[in-house]
Ligand binder design. Sequence first.
Ligand SMILES: Cc1cc2nc3c(=O)[nH]c(=O)nc-3n(C[C@H](O)[C@H](O)[C@H](O)COP(=O)(O)O)c2cc1C
Ligand code: SF4
Length: 501
Amino acid sequence: MRNTILAVLFSATLLSAILVYFIPQIGTIILLSICVLLLLIGVKDSLQTRHSLLRAFPLVARLRWLFEEERDKIQQYFIEDNLNGTPISREKRSLVYQRSKLQKDTIPFGTQHNVYAKGYEFVKHSLFPKDHRQIQGERVLFGSDKCTQKYEGSLINISAMSFGSLSKNAIMALNQGAKLGNFAHNTGEGGISSYHLQGGDLIFQVGTGYFGAGKSVDGKRVFDADIFKENAIRPEVKMIEIKFSQGAKPGHGGILPAKKNTEEIAKIRSVEPFTQVDSPPGHSAFSNYNELIGFIQELRELSEGKPIGIKFCVGDNDEIEDMFKAFSEAKNYPDFITVDGGEGGTGSAPMEFTNYIGTPLIEGLTFVNKLREKYNLKNQVKIIASGKAVDAFDIVKLLALGADTINMARSFMLSLGCIQARECNLDTCPVGVATQDPDLVKALVVQKKNIRVKNYHEKTILSLKDVVAAMGVSSFEELNASQVFRRTKNEKIVSLEEVYY
Ligand SMILES: Cc1cc2nc3c(=O)[nH]c(=O)nc-3n(C[C@H](O)[C@H](O)[C@H](O)COP(=O)(O)O)c2cc1C
Ligand code: SF4
């Protein structure tokens, strides 16, 4: 609003300056009116008592707020270079845009990365590369021996993002893209809406708020077997994911800002519209490992045998090991574990949780993978990894460290046209991805963006095959940590196996 007023004032000043030149009388009147308006704003500024800066520097101090508000955009448009945009660099963002639009995705004149810098990572190619068309393992079978409706899914899928945090058009485009490209779309913890039912495979997420899987009883959200079953047996739902935590706010439930909690969303979640919806930090359906195992089995039966997984960002290592021990002793386990990194994204989170809580993905993933080996569960439990995977190298690295498949959230948002304006929590997303404002939602044209979602997935898989073929590897399953290298501080090159295993 403030920007619009300033833009109008600026345009009016410019226009009247032109008018002063061509039609002096009218131009002078308009210019004088603007001066009077500015004078009144200046007097108001100097009399108000809320902002010291504005009292000391009436009118001028407003420019500071304007620049402060537009800081991210100025940084992105004029200051950041190809490698340092955060959280996702301009180089990687451009790659997603190019792959989504089927544009040229090659780069000229060599790498911009400093290959001698500490932390530089790479894989080695073979003198005898494979044919990229022959690379095996693009589809992965989910489902332990406890599950009767196994699911053969893609190596890359859309990570959890709810309708609520994303717009209806974004959800429709993602789901239609998933259908066109034969991959899966995780609903996020906000339940299943009609926008999710566009024909794409769904992973139905059950969060601590049990949206689409529970109800409110005395102000508390509780699981409800009938409500869950109704959604879980839908043919589109291929797997179910119980969410413990996500990397961007581990130990803190989801947050749906009041502005984004429209009547429609509130109805789907059965909550009060236009109030902030905070999911509880923990589950009420179970409170120890044995109850968790019972809950997993209950969901498996209610869903008529579909794979049931759990999602978390690694926190206390002992707890995670105790959980594996319990799985092993009970001889019952989840069909998959999604490991989210502390670097994960979200629509809205408290700063401390985003920045300082939760194990980063690489350490979390390798820890979970080691436990899976230790407790001999590799044949039963698949590992999905999520956390800033954008290009084929990111994916190769995660597969080499133990992941079976990769989930991506922000990369797919970029494929929808996200410009990393980082306003997802304000309901002002300028490209209609993370907003419920109908005027902004309209900006996202589903029929165009669904193709981009599909293209990005397809091109990334192709690039993944290219990289693996160049390494001389014939199947994604053959990737391991000894094949990825890192430069350490003493100018030494070590494999990730030496670092993490
Ligand atoms: C807008 C947005 C909404 C999200 N909503 C959920 C959610 O409902 N449930 C969940 O488990 N994770 C949620 N996440 C986290 C992602 O699923 C993913 O784990 C995280 O962003 C890391 O993946 P990325 O680096 O590919 O974005 C959300 C992320 C974003 C960006
Ligand atoms: S463009 Fe929209 S979705 Fe992307 S970061 Fe900004 S507000 Fe979030």
